[in-house]
Design a protein around this ligand. Structure first.
Ligand SMILES: *[C@@H]1O[C@H](CO)[C@@H](O)[C@H](O)[C@H]1NC(C)=O
Ligand SMILES: *[C@@H]1O[C@H](CO)[C@@H](O)[C@H](O)[C@H]1NC(C)=O
Ligand SMILES: *[C@@H]1O[C@H](CO)[C@@H](O)[C@H](O)[C@H]1NC(C)=O
Ligand SMILES: *[C@@H]1O[C@H](CO)[C@@H](O)[C@H](O)[C@H]1NC(C)=O
Ligand SMILES: *[C@@H]1O[C@H](CO)[C@@H](O)[C@H](O)[C@H]1NC(C)=O
Length: 941
């Protein structure tokens, strides 16, 4: 590399003085470097034996000067006339009469006015001068009619493209298992451009995401920021936003000034588990890695010190190492570290000032001072959270729905993130909605998925805000973005409209405002007081008379299903009260007409315009069998499967064995108690099987203290459960052959008894299945069996992501469907043909099935015990899309589930839920009491 200097090279170098001038402007370091060169030059004129100055000396000096430049956009960034991502030919767009949430002023600014998008940028906000508009020949105009507009959603934590959907073995590219510390890996190198989730996430308003490597390693690799829209080049690198390098056709070159880089780190269980080590091993791996980087940095700095001093003699090459260069950049403060880290013990172990955000971080709300003290002022890491997904492992057991608010109260920046596909990023705004519901102020909730993540990733100069000169990434909403079910009407990325002929469902006026969320002050304090494990049991249980007053609606489960039997809306007359004795609703009417005397000690509950409605049910998860899904010692476990295990123990009766969930029930799990507090008063849970035959489900009261309490078990045995999947280790044809064998007389002993009940139509056969082709085979099998047994089998499909494809046939066969989860996602090939609903399709799976007179229920996924508490918002959302009434929505998760599972009628009507601030379906309401007739009490929260 180092060559003797000869005259032509000097000439060449002098002719390149302009580059030296740029270097000069960078500061003292360069001035020295320049001086050094001149010295060499002057020496050369004196005698021929001057010092050896390398041919690329000025480049080296430039490189040295760049080493410690803080990343950011070029100083003339806002002078840009068009975005570097502008797609030539994109029509300018004027969005007229919008309600624009800009992200400015800490998220408090809202502008009523117009928005002009041109050349991939926002070119005017508020008022667009007429002369500007007159300058356009082909202006596309959207009249927003006052609709809400927000910046595109920014997801700080995604695996979109790396862990692509549907999940195929060739596309599980998130985690390398080749070492604990691998800063040289790059998520970009795994990015699958055919992930189904790009389009789905855009439909939810997501425009930019940070694609992170997984969390199997302490240092998993470099993350990259991409925009989700399709590009003309169709390549991963063409999706990059502000790449820290450019591809010039033959090689990669660094961009100057440098741009922020991103690095994924993880501590705690994941890396320790993958490498069969401990937390101690993981932290040691960090120390080793950073020590390598430190040594390299010292060498580089020494090299540069010499270079700028003109001491070229024996200097050699600039010390570089592709494996450690990213960590050296960390030490130079040029990298935003996105650090997966949950518990206080782990947060304490990581002390790099370049941690941009701790992700997941379920314990940060318990130790805000640790974050503030350990990190230099102004560098306190942000915290990137799930709203309510928790308790899936020890690290998340103390997770709290109040964490976003508590952290914000402590001045720590809060980001809501998807960890897509862990949470479908299409619904990232819903995470912000939930954070708001549990107390995060609305301006911070909106910022948490737009401007705050943009700041944390170092892209706040162009995304995350609606400002002149910023990228034209814009979402036009059908309601206030924090309202339940808020859906984009249109999404722009780089000014390009992403939705072709979007389907828009008209939303009620009340959803055009941010919900007035309930008061959770007491619960928030308790979360802190009890170190993340506040007691969840009711404050008191009253068996005496309780009177409810001041409710606006009352729904009951009658013989005809759920009906709204009282609504203040169309009622004129004296106020109504509801009298409850021993947990049983005994009277609804005027105060004067009450059948019993009330006295001083009678409890009166004022619902402040709230509502009373049937308790909801949940089906699909392992609720009641599991405390912590990731901890084998906290749960019932898996059953043996006749197809997957070579032999079922003879102690069980071999093939004749039937497992009953009843025997494994665990009461007072935190998920069950949270469900109870949210109005889900009963759950139906089947034994957990990875194979075909699970066993008999049981129905239990989610609020009961233990099994032996009167009313704790609602029904010992409910239905027989089987499931079929393309993901099984045995063929689908084998799985169906097994069911055929059982239904055609092959079942013995206990199993024979249960199958006989199924054949006689006395017990439901509930089939977990997503794929329409498998459903078709099952419908045929049903016909076959019924022809022989001459009685109708009661069959229900659960999961059923593709059921809408066979809606007519399923309806005709009298088969019911439990959609679980309520909002489908193509996780596996089995379920890739989802009906995504508005804005992508007019109909959701639920509305299509209802239109074919199929009895529809809504459930959760097998690992969805944490989500059972959201049942009320799920059906509320489904109802908005399907255009059904509140009573019909409640039925989806109460009376319909009773029918679909074969619960003795009345299981639901035995419990009622009282809410303040709205009906059980509203985001403004809160459950304050549960009327449990089976247990003879009113539980007050
Ligand atoms: C605004 O209202 C007009 C007239 O009703 C309608 O055609 C248009 O689609 C509306 N715009 C949006 C963005 O909803
Ligand atoms: C904006 O739209 C709203 C709702 O349609 C309408 O009431 C209002 O008059 C419109 N304002 C302007 C300036 O057009
Ligand atoms: C492109 O970048 C490579 C690597 O930095 C470099 O060697 C090459 O000269 C560059 N090509 C052009 C045309 O600038
Ligand atoms: C108050 O009324 C309740 C219910 O009617 C009754 O059980 C209770 O004994 C009464 N208490 C007094 C002090 O009268
Ligand atoms: C559904 O039921 C209604 C009322 O019984 C009937 O009018 C309609 O034709 C049915 N639709 C289908 C697709 O079977």
């Amino acid at each position: 590399m180092e060559k003797a200097l000869i005259m032509p090279h000097i000439q060449e170098r002098l002719s390149r003085r302009s580059s030296l001038k740029i270097a000069l402007s960078l500061g003292l370091l360069i001035v020295c470097g320049y001086g050094g060169l001149l010295t060499a030059f002057q020496a050369s004129t004196a005698k021929y034996a001057f010092a050896k100055v390398p041919i690329d000396a000025d480049q080296i000096i430039q490189k040295c000067a760049n080493l410690d430049v803080i990343p950011g956009p070029p100083s003339d960034f806002y002078a840009r006339k068009e975005s570097d991502r502008y797609v030539p030919g994109t029509k300018p767009t004027l969005i007229k009469n919008a309600t624009i949430w800009t992200g400015n002023v800490d998220g408090l600014e809202v502008i009523a006015g117009d928005l002009l998008l041109d050349k991939g940028m926002i070119s005017a906000v508020g008022e667009v001068p007429a002369h500007v508009l007159n300058g356009f020949h082909h202006l596309s105009i959207i009249d927003a009619n006052g609709s809400w507009v927000s910046p595109g959603i920014v997801d700080l934590h995604s695996h979109l493209g790396d862990q692509s959907s549907p999940k195929l073995s060739g596309a599980a590219d998130t985690n390398s298992r080749k070492g604990l510390v691998q800063p040289w890996l790059r998520s970009l190198d795994s990015l699958n451009t055919h992930d189904d989730a790009y389009q789905l996430s855009i439909a939810g308003g997501v425009t930019t995401v940070v694609v992170l490597p997984g969390s199997a390693n302490a240092i998993g690799g470099q993350a990259f920021v991409i925009k989700l829209r399709p590009t003309k080049e169709r390549s991963p690198s063409s999706m990059l936003l502000d790449p820290p390098f450019t591809f010039n056709g033959s090689g990669i070159e660094e961009v100057q000034p440098p741009r922020w880089r991103q690095l994924k780190q993880a501590c705690g269980e994941n890396p320790s588990r993958v490498y069969s080590g401990t937390r101690m091993d993981t932290i040691w791996a960090y120390r080793q890695g950073y020590e390598e980087a430190r040594k390299l940095k010292v060498k580089q700095d020494a090299y540069c010190a010499k270079a700028v001093a003109g001491q070229w003699k024996d200097l050699g090459d600039f010390p570089q190492d592709l494996q450690w260069e990213a960590l050296v950049d960390v030490l130079r403060g040029k990298v935003k570290i996105q650090n997966h880290c949950y518990e206080a013990v782990d947060l304490d172990g990581i002390s790099l000032d370049t941690v941009a955000a701790f992700h997941h971080a379920h314990e940060t709300y318990l130790v805000p001072d640790l974050l503030k003290k350990a990190y230099v002022l102004g560098h306190t890491p942000a915290v990137a959270l799930f709203a309510t997904k928790a308790r899936y492992k020890r690290e998340s057991y103390r997770g709290s729905e109040f964490a976003p608010r508590i952290l914000a109260d402590n001045g720590i920046r809060v980001v809501m993130k998807s960890d897509h596909p862990v949470i479908d990023s299409r619904y990232l705004m819903h995470e912000a909605q939930q954070a708001h519901y549990f107390g995060l102020a609305s301006h911070l909730a909106l910022s948490s998925v737009t401007s705050t993540p943009a700041q944390i990733m170092g892209q706040e100069h162009r995304i995350g805000f609606i400002r002149k000169g910023f990228d034209a990434d814009i979402v036009l909403w059908d309601s206030h973005p924090l309202a339940i079910g808020a859906t984009p009407k249109q999404v722009f990325i780089d000014g390009v409209a992403q939705l072709e002929g979007p389907f828009v469902v008209p939303k009620p006026e009340v959803l055009q405002h941010a919900p007035k969320t309930p008061d959770f002050d007491e619960e928030t304090k308790a979360a802190l007081k009890y170190d993340g494990l506040p007691p969840l049991e009711p404050k008191e249980s009253i068996s005496d008379v309780v009177v409810f007053q001041n409710f606006d609606s009352l729904f009951l489960n009658t013989r005809r299903g759920v009906e709204e039997i009282f609504s203040a809306e169309d009622y004129v007359g004296p106020p109504q009260i509801a009298v409850v004795q021993n947990g049983v609703l005994s009277y609804i009417g005027t105060f004067e007409g009450r059948p019993i005397n009330l006295n001083m000690s009678t409890r009166i509950v004022d619902l402040h315009g709230g509502s009373i409605a049937p308790g909801l049910l949940s089906y699909g998860s392992r609720l009641g069998l599991v405390h912590i899904a990731g901890e084998a010692t906290t749960q019932d476990g898996e059953v043996f499967d006749g197809l997957m295990h070579s032999e079922i123990p003879s102690l069980l009766g071999g093939d004749a064995a039937v497992i009953r969930a009843l025997d494994g029930l665990q009461f007072t799990t935190r998920d069950a108690l949270l469900a109870y507090r949210s109005g889900v008063t009963g759950a139906i849970t089947a034994p957990y099987s990875p194979g075909v035959l699970a066993g008999l489900s049981t129905a239990f009261d989610t609020g009961a203290a233990h099994k032996l309490i009167e009313g704790a078990v609602l029904q010992d045995e409910v239905a027989l459960h089987v499931s079929f999947s393309l993901s099984s280790s045995v063929s689908v044809s084998t799985q169906i052959a097994a069911l055929r064998t059982l239904l055609f007389g092959g079942a013995k002993g206990d199993l024979g008894v249960q199958i006989a009940k199924v054949l006689e139509g006395k017990m439901h056969l509930v089939i977990g299945v997503h794929n329409a082709d498998i459903m078709a085979s099952l419908l045929q099998l049903k016909t076959e069996v019924e022809r022989r047994s001459e009685s109708a089998i009661r069959m229900t499909f659960a999961g059923a992501s593709e059921a809408h494809l066979l809606a007519k046939e399923i309806g005709a066969a009298g088969v019911g469907v439990i959609i679980a989860p309520a909002r489908s996602f193509p996780s596996f090939w089995d379920m890739r043909r989802i009906s995504p609903g508005p804005p992508l399709t007019q109909h959701s799976a639920i509305s299509t099935l209802l239109a074919h007179n199929v009895t529809v229920g809504v459930g959760v996924e097998s690992d969805g015990a944490w989500a059972v508490r959201h049942t009320r918002t799920e059906v509320s959302w489904a109802a908005l899309e399907a255009g059904i009434s509140k009573a019909e929505a409640i039925a989806l998760t109460s009376s319909n589930l009773e029918k679909l599972l074969g619960l003795t009628s009345g299981t639901v009507s035995s419990n009622l839920v009282a809410t303040t601030g709205g009906t059980i379906l509203d985001f403004e309401s809160k459950v304050v009491a549960i009327l449990s007739s089976k247990r003879g009490v009113v539980d007050i929260f």
